[in-house]
Design a protein. Structure first.
Length: 310
């Protein structure tokens, strides 16, 4: 990438509050922001994964109890990380915890993955706080169980447009099986990851167009599956929503190359067993999108959404 082109792509994102520094360009032609990297037990494991898959920066998805550990990781790798905060919205202390975390440098809320309805009072309280503090909310939306006994998360998605309309000042990031299944108007109920051709008119596709406050996190098998199942449709989808899509990995492999456990041994995600989800999705995006759109999805959109200063 020429120096003039590179500067043109990053300068619009410079007005923000958190600090990241530049890094030499990896194999993806420029910096990559992983917006969905769960903090790991080993302090070096997140950075090892990033180096292995060619990601340069990441949002550490961090439970409220692990904020100090995330800050230590950020201090050890200056300029590579920002962090989120996750807490059960039904916890009595959730409101104070969210406000305190943002006051102390958190850039987003999430990933929220709890057994609540999207329009529940507990979630609505989070939406109000996120609007007040001007940070995005990332939500895992899933109804089909991956394992026996697994309960649904963030239920009521077919009526989510009512929430989007009621909270125009809240920025929502959708993620998860059902969110991505609704890229199609035909959504089966007997699986989490539908296969085959996509029928136009899906709720997620429509709402990304209709609501400025909805964004889509492309991480995990759910995002990769949605974009790989019908690539002719996906090319149009990506171009149509090129300012609303953000790259994330949500990958559990050890080295950014597929070693160790991938996708938490989810039986429905066996198609990605032994593979790094980040590498697979970045490669898929390179094939489906123009270089300019690839750069927007893997860097510019996330930098702007999470108010990351470059």
């Amino acid at each position: 990438m020429h120096r003039r082109t590179f500067l043109t792509t990053i300068l619009p994102a410079a007005a923000a509050t958190s600090q990241l520094t530049a890094q030499p360009e990896p194999q993806w032609g420029g910096p990559v922001l992983d917006t969905h990297l769960h903090i790991r037990a080993d302090a070096d494991a997140c950075f090892t994964h990033m180096q292995g898959c060619g990601v340069t920066h990441a949002v550490l998805l961090t439970p409220v109890a692990d904020q100090e550990r995330a800050k230590a990781e950020m201090a050890k790798r200056p300029g590579h990380f920002v962090r989120s905060v996750r807490i059960d919205p039904s916890a009595p202390e959730s409101g104070k915890a969210l406000r305190d975390a943002v006051k102390n440098g958190v850039v987003s809320v999430g990933e929220l993955k709890f057994h609540l309805a999207l329009d529940s009072p507990e979630m609505r309280r989070v939406y109000d706080i996120a609007a007040e503090l001007q940070v995005p909310v990332m939500m895992h939306i899933q109804t089909f169980p991956h394992f026996d006994g697994e309960l649904p998360y963030n239920t009521g998605y077919p009526q989510f447009h009512k929430v989007l309309r009621a909270y125009p000042r809240t920025t929502f990031i959708g993620h998860g099986d059902l969110f991505w299944a609704h890229i199609s108007a035909d959504v089966p109920t007997d699986r989490g990851y539908p296969a085959g051709p996509i029928k136009p008119g899906g709720l997620t596709d429509r709402w990304l167009s209709d609501f400025p406050n909805l964004y889509a996190d492309m991480s995990a098998n759910s995002g990769n599956n949605a974009l790989s199942r019908d690539q002719d449709f996906s090319r149009g989808f990506i171009n149509r929503h090129k300012t609303k899509l953000i790259f994330g990995s949500d990958c559990s492999c050890a080295d950014g190359k597929g070693a160790g456990i991938s996708q938490n041994k989810n039986p429905e995600a066996s198609r990605l067993a032994g593979k790094c989800v980040a590498r697979e999705t970045l490669g898929l995006l390179q094939r489906l999108a123009s270089p300019q759109v690839f750069r927007a999805i893997t860097w510019e959109n996330g930098v702007k959404l999470f108010k990351v200063k470059v």
